[in-house]
Design a protein around this ligand. Structure first.
Ligand code: UDP
Ligand code: MG
Length: 344
């Protein structure tokens, strides 16, 4: 039996950075699905400071949808490229739907999954994750790196971050409200989206290669992103450093006792240049790593205390036609009210 019956409005969140080649195909694919499952839908595109024709294509799309009774296209254009995380955050802030689905516009996230997600939602799930079954579209090296990353973050983070799950998922309104209460500037979305918890279900899918254009994630950027994930969702590296400190101090104490005893028994032993130099080098290295890790956290505190906005909006379009059905309903209600007041 279904727990939930009606979906009012579905919000699709689609961040775009130089996606002129993919947007038309994406809109075609997703509207085909949405028209069959949703009473009403909005697709919120965030133009993340694209340098190609993305903005114009989106503005034209709003015109094309002007007379559509069921769906609206909304556009938020950011003042520059802020990155996918910030773009998604802007979309979350604007989304009005009862359920919200962030999705990539390159068709790597299959739109066919949406009806199944909604079915799970009707059965009571607040979050429906989409897990990649295989990663054929990625290189072996990227796969191994990703696997290692998930292992590491699972061991270190304070809450569970699901394995092989990207941003593509369905979120109920109450989860979206929780996410909007997370003001941090380091937007590690995998962590942010899973932090609220709630009743979670998982679907599986095969991730297709990009429809057109190219990925914006070179390896170095991914590596830094992984570090962001670890440092923003775990204080384990700091604690680990305390443990290493304790362990090394203990070993050093034993060695100190050994040296003192040996000197007392066997007399002063002057040679030992090599061991002194290697010990100094070793401990300097350890110290620097410790400082570096501390620095990662201090750097993040620095970014947080500045309290800068996560994104800046250059222009918004398509928001005036807010909730078409709601407008119609309001008009009806107003009419009814007018009649009532006339009667009186
Ligand atoms: N994206 C964005 N800003 C960026 C980089 C990417 O909004 O700075 C969007 C991009 O347009 C796409 C989604 O994020 O809709 C995923 O990007 P991409 O396909 O490059 O990532 P991958 O699939 O390789 O992880
Ligand atoms: Mg992609």
């Amino acid at each position: 039996m279904s727990l939930r019956q009606d979906i009012g409005l579905i919000s699709i969140l689609a961040p775009c950075y130089n996606e002129e080649q993919t947007i038309p195909a994406f809109v075609q694919a997703i509207t085909a699905v949405l028209e069959s499952v949703a009473a009403e839908y909005e697709i919120i595109f965030v133009d993340d400071g694209s340098r190609d024709n993305t903005l114009n294509i989106l503005l034209e799309l709003i015109q094309t949808f002007a007379d559509n009774k069921q769906g609206s296209i909304r556009l938020i254009s950011l003042s520059r490229n802020f990155g996918k995380e910030a773009a998604l955050t802007a979309a979350f802030d604007a989304a009005a739907g009862d359920v919200v689905i962030p999705i990539d516009v390159d068709l790597q996230d299959p739109v066919e999954l949406i009806p199944q997600m909604l079915e799970k939602w009707r059965q009571g799930a607040d979050v429906v994750l989409a897990r990649r079954k295989d990663r054929q579209s990625d290189s072996l090296f990227k796969n191994m790196a990703a696997h290692l990353f998930y292992k590491l973050i699972a061991a270190l983070s304070h809450h569970q971050i699901p394995v092989d799950v990207g941003d593509y998922r369905l979120l109920d309104r109450k989860v979206v409200e929780s996410i909007r209460q997370m003001p941090e500037r380091t937007r590690f979305m995998k962590g942010i989206l899973s932090w609220p918890g709630f009743n979670t279900e998982t679907l599986e899918f095969n991730r297709a290669p990009r429809y057109a254009g190219r990925s914006h994630w070179p390896f170095w950027k991914l590596f830094n992103h992984a570090l962001d994930g670890i440092f923003s969702f775990s204080t384990a590296p700091l604690r680990m450093w305390s443990y290493i400190g304790f362990a090394l101090s203990f070993v050093s104490l034993l060695y100190f006792l050994f040296i003192v005893l040996r000197t007392l028994i066997l007399g002063v032993d002057v040679p030992g240049y090599a061991s002194i130099v290697s010990i100094i080098l070793f401990f300097s290295g350890i110290n620097l790593i410790g400082l570096g890790i501390l620095g990662e956290y201090v750097g993040r505190i620095f970014i947080e205390v500045k309290q800068r906005p996560i994104y800046l909006i250059r222009l918004k379009a398509g928001f005036d036609a807010l909730a078409k059905n709601a407008q119609a309903n309001n008009a009806q209600a107003n009419n009814a009210q007018a009649k009532n007041t006339k009667k009186k």
